[in-house]
Design a protein around this ligand. Structure first.
Ligand code: HEC
Ligand code: HEC
Length: 298
């Protein structure tokens, strides 16, 4: 009798667990989608009596206005928002769910990175700046904000796989000349200026030159840049470019001068450096027309 009772108990418990699991799975998918489309100003709905609230709000402000909020730390004219649109919640460059993915092994660093280290990596490379203190107020606030936009997403959830983005795995051979023409034809210059120096940190950030990201940034990789353009630009008509057009534009942008990263030789210490990283040397060859694009997809 006792035995039968406990069997029922286990069966019941099992069903509860299964139900709970499937509920979380659906919930996560929904949350991922709704969070990706959510209005970042929803931060204003936060409970003012919650002690997390001021950190989240500060973090959002730093995220959206990094260059003016942290002028000593940012070396160019960019905010996190210059690349992670809509406060980090847009499709294509989303950070929704990111706090549940760290610590994570990073091949470029050759080590497991914490979320703070990954953020600092965007600051020193993409913002050509100086590291924030790992335990300082600013870092705490940025992490609090990223945790807030990741709320409800399961730890380890592969956020990218939920996005409606197109990934170009093998990039076609680009034409820099065509990229230059497209820069005008596709109206990139109306927001980013004819000389690529930008018209505003969050309305059209710099694409090359001193105000732009360094050549140690992820966007200085041909494949990352091509996919970024393909999925995000032109901002008012994202998704309209062909793979070839996105690739030509990426090659044109990366043929231009930009701040140089000093630590290239320390990157990818454990494995071969990916062959789409465009540094000074590669830039020169692209400008001269002697760059061997056929190597890029191998
Ligand atoms: C110039 C563009 C640029 C700027 C500015 C920038 N980022 Fe990034 N960031 C990227 C790109 C591109 C990636 C993705 C790299 C890749 O594909 O591996 C990335 C990745 C990240 C990641 C890791 C995402 C993951 O899935 O592992 C975090 C966290 C992050 N950025 C936070 C920030 C924060 C916070 C700021 C502002 C302090 C910032 N970024 C500024 C371009 C930028
Ligand atoms: C309507 C204005 C607009 C147009 C047109 C536009 N962009 Fe952007 N671009 C932005 C904004 C705003 C951002 C900041 C991120 C965001 O909000 O999507 C951005 C960010 C970028 C970035 C990453 C940040 C940086 O400065 O490096 C690249 C690269 C980029 N645009 C390339 C292009 C290219 C190439 C075109 C033409 C095909 C283009 N953009 C057309 C507004 C525009």
């Amino acid at each position: 009798m006792l035995k039968k009772k406990s069997l029922w108990f286990y069966m019941f418990a099992f069903i509860v667990v299964i139900a709970a699991c499937s509920e979380t799975t659906t919930k996560n998918v929904e949350d991922t989608k709704s969070a990706s489309n959510s209005d970042p100003s929803s931060v204003s709905d936060l409970d003012p009596s919650d002690p997390m609230t001021p950190y989240i709000k500060d973090g959002e402000k730093i995220f959206n206005e990094t260059d003016t909020m942290l002028p000593e730390k940012v070396g160019n004219e960019m905010a996190c928002m210059s690349c992670h649109a809509d406060g980090g919640t847009s499709q294509g460059s989303t950070l929704v769910g990111v706090t549940g993915q760290y610590p994570k092994y990073q091949p470029r660093a050759g080590t497991v990175q914490t979320i703070e280290e990954r953020i600092n990596s965007c600051i020193v490379r993409s913002m050509n700046g100086e590291k924030l203190e790992y335990d300082g107020e600013e870092m705490r606030s940025i992490v609090a904000y990223l945790t807030h936009i990741s709320d409800g997403i399961a730890v380890g959830w592969d956020v990218e796989s939920e996005q409606e983005i197109q990934i170009i795995e093998e990039i076609p051979e680009p034409s820099v000349e065509n990229g230059e023409e497209l820069y005008e034809e596709k109206n990139c210059m109306s927001c980013h200026a004819t000389d690529g120096s930008g018209k505003g940190v969050t309305s059209g950030p710099a694409l090359w030159g001193a105000k732009s990201f360094s050549d140690g940034a992820s966007l200085s990789r041909m494949k990352v840049m091509t996919n970024y353009i393909k999925n995000n630009m032109p901002e008012d008509d994202a998704g309209s470019l062909t793979d070839q057009e996105a690739t030509d534009l990426a090659a044109f942008l990366l043929s231009k001068e930009r701040p140089e990263w000093e630590g290239h030789e320390n990157d990818w210490p454990e494995e071969e450096r990916p062959n789409d990283v465009i540094t000074k040397e590669e830039r020169k060859k692209i400008q001269e027309g002697t760059f061997d694009w056929s190597k890029m997809n191998h």
